[in-house]
Design a protein around this ligand. Structure first.
Ligand code: FE2
Length: 449
C-alpha cells in the first residue's frame, strides 16, 4: 500500500515538474510574444498605391455632387480655376484599431490648396533653387499674419500654391469626436474615416495617385493565432494545476488515513511482538532487533522503502507462535526432550496459522512458518531448501541467528564479533543463504555490529 502511495506521490511530482516546465516555456514564449506585439504596435506601417496589402486601404477621389465642384473666375491670378472637394477615405479592414496615421501626397501638377478638414496640413513648398518653405496649418482656423509659406488671397479665399515636387502631409485630428483618430477596426465599427480637402487647379482633376500613408496598428496580445494559442495554453495550464492540486490534496488525505491505519497495525504488531518475547526472559527485545536487522538486509539487497517496511513488520512477529508454547519449556535451561522440542518447533506452524489471515502482509505468515528452515534443507518445520524457502524467511533466519549469537543465553555467553562472522562464513550455503550472509557481513562491517 505504501508503494502505491509513494508511486502516486512520485507521479504527482513528475507531472508537477513537467507542467511547471511547460508553464516556464509558455511564460518565456509569452514574454517574447508580448515584446513582439509591443514592437509591432510601435512600428510605422506603410500603404501606397503599389501596396498589395488589403488590411488598410486609402482612396483619394473627388466628390461627384452638383455643389462639390465649382469655377472660380475672380482669382486675381489672371486665370480661372476649377475647384473640387476631394475625399480622403481610409478603410481599416484589420480587426485592431489604427492608433495613429498620417498621409503624404506628392504634388505632380500646379494647383492650390484652399481648405481641409479636420486635421492639419504640413505643407512643403520648394522654389526653383530647391529652397524649402514648410509650415503646418489648420486650414479651418488660421491667421494670415502667421502664414510663412507662399499664399495668394483671392477675395475671401486662401490659395496656397503647390507645384510638381511640392508635397503635403495630412495629420488627422486627435479629437476622437472627429472620427479621425483612432480608426476603429472592423470588430468595433465601420472601420472607415473620411477627411476632406478643397483644391483649385486649371483642369479641376488633380492627380492624387502618388501618396504614402503611414500608420500604427494597435493589436492586443490576445489577437491573432498566437494570442488565441496562448489563451488555450494558459487555460490548459490552469486546468492542469487544478487537477494536480486536487490529486495532491486527495493523496494527502488518503495518506493520512493510511498512516492512521498503519499505526494501528503497527501497534497490534508490537503487542504481538511483546507477547511473544515476554514468554522468555532472554528473548526480551529479540523480535524488534531481528526486525531491524532484517530491514537492513532488505535495504542492502536493493529493496525499496515500502518493501523494507513490509520486511520489518513481518520479522517483528516471526515468533508470535511462541504464545502457544508452554512457558516452562521456553524458559527451560537444560536440554529439551524430543517432545518438548516438538512443542517448541510448533511455534512456526502455529504462528503462521494466525498470521495467514493478514492479507496485506503475506510475508508475515511466511516469516513465521519458515524462519527455522535451513538453506540445505535440514531445518524445520517443512525441510525446505534454497529458493523453496521464501526470501523473507531466509532473511529473518540470518537476522535471528545474529541476534541469538550477539546476546547472552542461559547456556552460553554472547559470541565475539569475529566469532559471529566466522559462524556465518562457516554456515554460508548450509544453514544460511550465501547471498544474504554476504549482505549481512557487509552490514556488520559498515555499521560496526
Ligand atoms: Fe523462532
Amino acid at each position: 500500500m505504501n508503494n502505491r502511495v509513494d508511486n502516486v506521490k512520485k507521479a504527482i511530482k513528475y507531472v508537477t515538474l513537467s507542467v511547471c516546465a511547460v508553464f516556464t516555456i509558455v511564460i518565456v514564449l509569452f514574454i517574447i510574444h508580448v515584446v513582439n506585439v509591443q514592437k509591432y504596435n510601435e512600428e510605422w506601417k506603410t500603404v501606397s498605391p503599389n501596396s498589395s496589402a488589403t488590411s488598410v486601404l486609402v482612396d483619394i477621389h473627388s466628390r461627384g455632387g452638383a455643389t462639390d465642384s465649382w469655377e472660380k473666375a475672380d482669382t486675381g491670378l489672371g486665370t480661372k480655376l476649377n475647384a473640387k472637394i476631394y475625399d480622403i477615405v481610409i478603410t481599416n479592414n484589420a480587426h485592431s484599431y489604427i492608433e495613429d496615421w498620417r498621409i503624404r501626397v506628392n504634388i505632380r501638377e500646379n494647383c492650390y490648396i484652399n481648405n481641409g478638414w479636420c486635421g492639419t496640413f504640413e505643407i512643403h513648398q520648394f522654389d526653383t533653387d530647391g529652397n524649402e518653405l514648410t509650415q503646418t496649418v489648420d486650414l479651418r482656423n488660421f491667421n494670415y499674419d502667421d502664414l510663412k509659406i507662399n499664399y495668394h488671397k483671392a477675395g475671401q479665399d486662401l490659395l496656397i500654391p503647390l507645384k510638381d515636387g511640392d508635397f503635403l502631409v495630412y495629420h488627422p485630428n486627435p479629437d476622437e469626436s472627429t472620427g479621425e483618430l483612432p480608426i476603429k477596426g472592423t470588430d468595433e465599427y465601420s472601420g472607415t474615416c473620411t477627411s476632406g480637402v478643397i483644391m483649385y487647379s486649371l483642369t479641376g482633376n488633380i492627380d492624387f495617385s502618388d501618396y504614402e500613408m503611414l500608420y500604427k496598428l494597435n493589436i492586443t496580445i490576445w489577437d491573432g493565432t498566437k494570442g488565441r494559442l496562448f489563451i488555450i495554453a494558459f487555460a490548459m495550464l490552469v486546468i492542469s494545476f487544478l487537477i494536480i492540486g486536487t490529486i495532491f490534496l486527495v493523496s494527502v488525505h488518503f495518506e493520512g488515513r493510511l498512516q492512521s491505519r498503519e499505526k494501528m497495525l503497527t501497534d497490534v504488531f508490537n503487542i504481538c511482538c511483546g507477547l511473544a518475547d515476554s514468554r522468555d526472559y532472554y528473548s526480551k527485545g529479540h523480535s524488534e532487533r531481528v526486525a531491524g536487522y532484517s530491514k537492513m538486509i532488505a535495504g542492502k539487497m536493493g529493496m525499496d522503502k515500502g518493501d523494507c517496511d513490509l520486511v520489518y513488520n513481518a520479522a517483528l512477529i516471526h515468533n508470535v507462535g511462541n504464545v502457544f508454547v508452554n512457558e516452562q519449556i521456553l524458559r527451560k535451561n537444560g536440554k529439551l526432550t524430543s517432545t518438548e522440542f516438538e512443542e517448541v518447533k510448533s511455534h512456526t506452524v502455529r504462528g503462521a496459522e494466525i498470521l495467514k489471515s493478514i492479507e496485506n502482509i503475506p510475508l508475515a505468515a511466511e516469516a513465521a512458518m519458515f524462519h527455522h528452515e535451513r538453506y540445505d534443507g535440514t531445518g524445520y518445520p517443512k525441510g525446505k531448501k534454497e529458493d523453496e524457502i521464501p526470501l523473507i524467511a531466509r532473511i529473518v533466519a540470518v537476522a535471528d541467528a545474529y541476534d541469538a549469537m550477539s546476546n547472552d543465553r542461559p547456556y552460553r555467553n554472547k559470541l565475539m564479533r569475529d566469532r559471529i562472522r566466522e559462524e556465518f562464513i562457516n554456515n554460508r550455503g548450509s544453514q544460511f543463504d550465501p547471498e544474504i550472509v554476504t549482505a549481512f557481513l557487509d552490514i556488520m562491517g559498515e555499521r560496526n555490529l
